[in-house]
Write a protein that binds this ligand. Structure first.
Ligand SMILES: CC(C)(COP(=O)(O)OP(=O)(O)OC[C@H]1O[C@@H](n2cnc3c(N)ncnc32)[C@H](O)[C@@H]1OP(=O)(O)O)[C@@H](O)C(=O)NCCC(=O)NCCS
Length: 180
């Protein structure tokens, strides 16, 4: 996989960060950021059960980097993506998703999600699924999956099972989340 850089997205003076797809050498820094953001309690989540069988998609997983004074880059945030199936249909599963504590509320999270979804759409994917707070993710195009349409491997508050359709033709998802 060749890493791709994208300039900060156009808009009203966005902070100077670089969004880049995750490279193998980024793994330890991303893992450490996730550990700081979630702590060990995250291993109990149903999302972790999904990631145990899902196929990692570094080509759609995004890292946000900030230029430091000496020219180094510092990791500010990450959004990882995974290949799964829902009811037999190939879809992407998003997470973990985190922004470094001192860097939140500057729009980096929304930009990470937008870039990951853009990459999934460009790759021909129909949907992105995640488990998270509807109040946050509704701002970036996600909505609660109706009823128990999308079934995770483990207990979950169904109101937190969220889906974003990437194309106008994408139908409703229904079925268990399974390996790709
Ligand atoms: C969730 C997270 C990635 C958002 O990153 P961010 O860069 O601060 O996000 P943005 O700047 O795009 O959005 C910030 C806005 O979302 C709100 N927000 C953040 N987390 C929220 C949540 N869980 N529920 C509702 N709103 C939330 C903030 O209050 C802020 O609101 P404002 O714009 O009205 O001030 C970051 O808060 C984080 O790393 N949290 C810990 C890990 C986590 O919970 N990850 C998501 C798991 S599904």
């Amino acid at each position: 996989m060749s890493a791709q850089s994208t300039p900060a997205q156009p808009g009203a003076s966005p902070p100077a960060i670089t969004l880049q797809f995750e490279r193998p050498e980024d793994g330890p820094l991303v893992d450490a950021l996730i550990e700081r953001a979630f702590g060990p309690g995250r291993y109990a989540k149903s999302s972790e059960r999904v990631r145990e069988f899902a196929t990692f998609a570094p080509e759609m997983s995004v890292c946000a980097w900030s230029p430091e004074s000496r020219g180094d880059l510092r990791l500010l945030g990450c959004a990882r993506m995974w290949h799964v199936r829902v009811g037999g249909q190939p879809v992407m599963f998003l997470g973990p998703f985190a922004v470094e504590l001192g860097e939140r509320n500057a729009g980096f999270g929304a930009r990470l999600i937008a870039r990951a979804c853009e990459a999934a759409q460009a790759a021909g994917q129909s949907h992105v699924v995640l488990v998270g707070d509807e109040t946050y993710f509704s701002r970036v195009g996600f909505a609660t999956a109706p009823g128990r349409a999308v079934i995770l491997p483990g207990p979950v508050d169904q109101r937190r099972v969220l889906v974003r359709a990437l194309t106008a033709e994408a139908g409703e998802l229904a079925g268990p989340v399974e390996p790709a």
